[in-house]
Design a protein around this ligand. Structure first.
Ligand code: ZN
Ligand code: ZN
Length: 130
């Protein structure tokens, strides 16, 4: 069981599954949405992810297919979801509180990375999505 929350704690979640992979996304949209060098996301099963405080979750329509969900009180990013992949959400790893480990990490949109940021680890780098 994985537990997590936004910064203010109004939105909390439980994930009844394992974190099996972590994508470090360097695309310009994720960088803006997270306010960081990259986003850390994991695809999780929608039906195993349960939220409380759903009234605080706001979904921003990032493009035609994709929403980016965040807490409307504190602004913390929570997940993204694509309308054509309804059984998956891409959970934002920074919101997780439970200890867990996952060595299956990789970089996506590595060519779009911030000029000021260097990727120095040995995890696989993909130009776009693998
Ligand atoms: Zn919040
Ligand atoms: Zn991205």
């Amino acid at each position: 069981m994985i537990n997590g929350s936004c910064l203010c704690g109004k939105v909390r979640y439980q994930y009844k599954g394992e974190i099996e992979e972590i994508a470090m996304c360097h695309c310009s949209q994720c960088r803006k949405a997270q306010g960081g060098a990259f986003a850390t996301n994991s695809p999780v099963d929608t039906d195993k992810l349960e939220f409380t405080g759903v009234e605080y979750i706001k979904e921003f329509q990032s493009n035609e297919f994709k929403v980016r969900a965040f807490c409307s009180n504190c602004g913390s990013p929570l997940y993204s979801a694509r309308s054509d992949v309804p059984d998956k959400r891409r959970l934002r790893m920074g919101s997780i509180e439970s200890p867990f480990s996952c060595e299956n990490k990789y970089h996506i949109y590595a060519d779009s990375k911030a000029q000021w940021h260097e990727i120095t680890d040995e995890h696989p780098k993909f130009k776009e999505m693998p």
